[in-house]
Ligand binder design. Structure first.
Ligand code: NAD
Length: 249
């Protein structure tokens, strides 16, 4: 029997990149999977798509309620929707800070609030938040993004403590630079996309970008009963960025 057989999962930001790879992997491994996204038009069966903006509490509540009704319950929440931001503290005004924190941090709070009453009824409840190596690495030109992911890391630990006795595990993954449409957009906007890509690759000890399916594998592990004794952890999926002390060649 597959490790996800009979489990019901909801993946936010599941129409693209890491979320999409995760939704597809969970479905492949036997879960029934709902995707919540700003634009779920590309979501195909067996995945179920629901439109919602994680900055809008009503739309999140409606989408979670509809997904739970269609799935017949909820065991797993993958809090993955997020947006990027570049620059130092001098480069972005308050409006941009509020926007990014609203999506990346409060977005996860809203989906968790809507999902927790349903997760409490599951005997295999798990939440996995997509954090980032930016939460701990001190990356240049990423002040706002790093602050948002630092908050996701702290939120993960606090939620793990709050819900451990309810049988709900809460963990996060810390990816390095992942080859997704998001990074594609970043490279397209660079003056020299090939040089920018080479710089991103060189930053990783493995010398290559992480793939979305490699992150999905780590998320799936933390979401599955195989990690039943693991809560309040951050699993690095970063080509060795956090653990190794290598200088780019
Ligand atoms: P992506 O842009 O390919 O996908 C993000 C998805 O989230 C899209 O489908 C988008 O529609 C959805 N989304 C964005 N804002 C939303 C909102 N307000 N409401 C609902 N859905 C929304 O990006 P990705 O690279 O797959 O990133 C996914 C997550 O992984 C993010 O949380 C990001 O911070 C994190 N992450 C990415 C990388 C990377 O290098 N790509 C590294 C570390 C962490």
């Amino acid at each position: 029997m597959s490790d996800f057989e009979g489990l019901k999962a909801l993946v936010t930001g599941g129409a693209s990149g890491i979320g999409r790879a995760t939704a597809e992997l969970l479905a492949f491994r036997g879960a029934q999977v709902a995707v919540l996204d700003l634009d779920p038009t590309s979501v195909e069966k067996p995945l179920l798509g629901y439109q919602a903006d994680v900055t809008d509490d009503d739309s999140v509540r409606r989408a979670v309620a509809a997904a739970v009704a269609d799935l017949g319950g909820l065991d797993v929440l993958i809090n993955n929707a997020g947006i990027g931001a570049q620059g130092t503290v001098e480069d972005n005004d308050d409006e941009v800070w509020h926007r990014v924190l609203d999506v990346n941090v409060l977005g996860m709070v809203r989906t968790a609030r809507a999902a927790l009453p349903h997760l409490r009824k599951s005997s295999h409840a798990a939440i996995v938040n997509t954090c980032s190596i930016a939460a701990t690495a001190g990356l240049p030109q990423r002040a706002l993004y790093s602050a948002s992911k630092g908050a996701v890391l702290s939120l993960t630990l606090a939620m793990a403590a709050d819900h451990v006795r309810e049988g709900i595990r809460v963990n996060c993954v810390n990816p390095g630079t992942v080859d997704t449409p998001w990074v594609g957009r970043l490279l397209d906007a660079a003056t020299d996309p090939a040089a920018e890509r080479a710089a991103l690759e060189a930053r990783q000890p493995t010398g290559r970008l992480v793939s979305a399916s490699e992150v999905a594998g780590a998320v799936a592990y933390l979401a599955s009963p195989l990690s039943g004794a693991t809560t309040g952890t951050a699993l690095a999926v970063d080509g060795g960025m956090q653990g190794l002390r290598l200088r780019p060649a």
